[in-house]
Design a protein around this ligand. Structure first.
Ligand code: AQP
Length: 331
């Protein structure tokens, strides 16, 4: 039986350095470590529309994200890459998951509460039921592992509850998935406000490095990142959130520990540290951008997405058939 690792990213903007270090770069590492697993990675466009997206921009974001997935260096041999809306069973199972999810469970979700606070009017009901669809995304394939940033942990716990609930009601059907949390890079914060997560759909984007930002913009954003007045480089997330966040970025790219970074910069100031960090980030992102140019608009990318859709649909169709039978729907 094929064992799956599954994850998705929403095309709600250009992916950020946060998405890269917390998700994309980690997928590549995991692929190397877990060679007997197939990686099911998707572009979560149905999740994206839980908040209004300009249609033209959404199309563009889907295209960018598809090329960026591959530009980060994923091995296409054990990869199934697809667009969520092209495998209709996600929504079908999403509805079934809604029917076993309790209102109270959804009301407790922090991400929903945060988004609701930011967007006072016109909250869609799909934003509320988002975790049920996410559960469907995972359970449809009996994914064993789901790489998640710590912001997605709560949703994954709900997915596990729903899998158990369904299995108890209807008999063993779903694999209960487990999270794969990468310690480093699991939460990159905004450079201007290091108490909030770096997010691609933020309107104010000075604190957010996008994977398609030109080098000059990246340098500028790092140079103007908020720090503190102590001018000493050491990791202290509580009291020095700005510098600690920059150290996390530094460490995630270079693999140096916080201690090694502290030693390296013990006689230096923030200016030197930021200058070096800017070059490290520029070098890393430039590699991705070069690959992006190759994949974007390529025939290979179209083919990979087409094959991905066919393969994911094959698994999804067969699973849905069993699920419907168990529930008793259909004639
Ligand atoms: N700042 C971050 N640090 C580390 N990891 C992050 N991820 C997102 N932001 C950071 C990880 O990226 C993956 C894809 O996320 P997503 O696009 O599906 O949803 P998200 O977590 O809501 O990402 P954004 O960028 O914040 O999107 P918007 O602004 O649309 O809400 C996930 O694995 C996530 O953990």
């Amino acid at each position: 039986m094929i064992k799956f690792v599954l994850s998705g990213i929403k095309p709600t903007g250009i992916p950020t350095l946060g998405n890269y270090l917390g998700a994309l770069k980690n997928f590549v590492k995991l692929q190397n470590e877990m060679q007997d697993y197939e990686f099911l990675l998707f572009i979560a466009d149905m999740h994206a529309i839980t908040v209004y997206q300009d249609p033209k921009e959404l199309k563009q974001n889907i295209k960018n994200l598809a090329a960026l997935y591959l530009a980060c260096g994923l091995n296409t041999d054990n990869l199934t890459l697809f667009v969520q809306s092209e495998v209709k069973e996600h929504v079908e199972l999403g509805y079934i998951m809604q029917s076993i999810t309790y209102m109270g469970e959804l009301e407790r979700m922090t991400q929903y509460k945060d988004k609701k606070q930011k967007q006072a009017h016109g909250i869609s009901s799909a934003l509320f039921t988002y975790p049920s669809l996410m559960a469907a995304d995972i359970l449809l394939y009996d994914a064993k592992y789901v790489p998640v940033g710590d912001d997605q942990m709560q949703h994954l716990e709900l997915t596990r509850d729903l899998a158990n609930r369904f299995n108890n009601r209807y008999g063993e059907t779903f694999t209960v998935p487990e999270p794969l949390v990468s310690k480093k890079g699991s939460r990159i914060m905004d450079l201007q406000d290091p108490t909030k997560k770096m997010a691609k759909s933020e309107e104010e984007n000075k604190g957010c490095i996008f994977l398609l930002d030109p080098p000059s913009v990246i340098r500028k954003k790092i140079k103007s990142a908020v720090t503190d007045s102590e001018a000493k480089i050491y990791y202290d997330k509580e009291n020095k959130p700005g510098i600690s966040n920059l150290m996390t970025i530094y460490s995630s790219i270079t693999d140096l520990s916080y201690e090694e970074i502290e030693n390296k910069y013990k006689d230096k100031g923030y200016g030197d540290f930021k200058k070096d960090l800017a070059e490290i980030v520029v070098e890393e992102i430039s590699k991705v951008q070069k690959e992006f140019e190759k994949w974007y608009d390529s025939k290979e990318l179209k083919q990979i997405l087409y094959e991905g859709k066919c393969r994911a649909s094959m698994f999804a169709r067969s699973k849905m058939k069993k699920i419907k039978k168990l529930i008793g729907i259909g004639y």
